[in-house]
Design a protein around this ligand. Structure first.
Ligand code: SAH
Length: 260
């Protein structure tokens, strides 16, 4: 299939993957190079932005925890305005735009305003980070299911289906879970998983600053705190974490391994 070049007046909602620019799809890389304007989130790596046309305008749209530089509605309106002014707009989001990325809301606005758009999937953090950390998300002997949840704290707690998450033979991947890690581990144990159940947290997965800390539900919160990890981090809970000992391949600059 011959690709259609980016069209003036269109918005391309593009998944930028977890950081390593080589994890972009060919389509994402092409559109990033063709865009007149790129509206990007803080999770988009510099290495990915470096693929933009030097003449293109780069617009930062946020958001870091507690520092929402542009409210979601303003981002939505901005995209509509840029498209209507005839620009080729790439809206770049970390990972995949439809996994904890509010991509659906942005596209709803575009659709309501009659702006034409395309959505380009990306490698979501769970897939990219797990691969670079040496942790298969499913494995015949350990996990037949894998669940992605957001660990974003609201009023100090997470509104999650704990009995459904605290299950054996399943991997749970928690996005946005760094500050809620102690609460998360406590809840999973309260709902039946043992304190020695394997768990890992990975900082800056797929990037040169990747660091992985492995432990258990009982030990991980303290180990992570000692390691002084920086967002973004991804938490992986389940027996598959033990496979990292054999399957790790990516050289981490500052390895913060801890025995489980
Ligand atoms: N749409 C994105 C997720 C956005 S939510 C995706 O599909 O990946 C933001 C959360 O994603 C972060 O808080 C973190 O938990 C996770 N994340 C994204 N990139 C990451 C990375 N390189 N390393 C670790 N976690 C990452």
């Amino acid at each position: 299939m011959k690709p259609t070049p980016a069209q003036p007046g269109w918005v391309y909602l593009v998944g930028a993957g977890p950081g390593d620019p080589e994890l972009l799809t060919l389509k994402a890389a092409r559109l990033i190079g063709e865009a007149d304007v790129l509206v990007y989130d803080n999770l988009v790596s510099k290495a990915v932005l470096a693929l933009a046309n030097p003449a293109a305008e780069l617009m930062y749209a946020g958001k870091e925890r507690g520092n929402h530089s542009l409210p979601q509605e303003e981002i939505n309106e901005l995209l509509v305005r840029l498209a209507k002014s005839g620009k080729r707009v790439v809206r770049l989001k970390g990972g995949d735009p439809y996994i904890f990325g509010r991509g659906g809301e942005e596209v709803e606005t575009l659709q309501a305003d009659g702006v034409r758009f395309e959505v380009v999937p990306g490698i979501t953090a769970a897939a990219g980070v797990a691969a670079y950390a040496g942790i298969p998300l499913t494995h015949r002997n350990h996990a037949q299911a894998c669940v992605f949840v957001t660990g974003h704290l609201q009023d100090g707690s997470m509104n999650l289906d704990w009995p459904g998450l605290a299950r054996r033979r399943q991997t749970v991947v928690i996005y946005m879970g760094l500050s809620g890690l102690p609460h998360l581990c406590e809840k999973l144990m309260e709902h039946g998983l043992p304190a020695d159940w394997p768990a890992a947290i990975v900082q800056h997965g797929t990037q040169p600053t990747q660091r992985t800390v492995t432990g258990t539900l009982g030990s991980l919160p303290t180990l992570a705190e000692t390691a002084n990890l920086r967002a973004p981090t991804l938490i992986i809970v389940g027996e598959v974490v033990t496979l990292r000992d054999k399957l790790r391949w990516f050289a981490e600059s500052l390895t913060a391994e801890a025995a489980a």
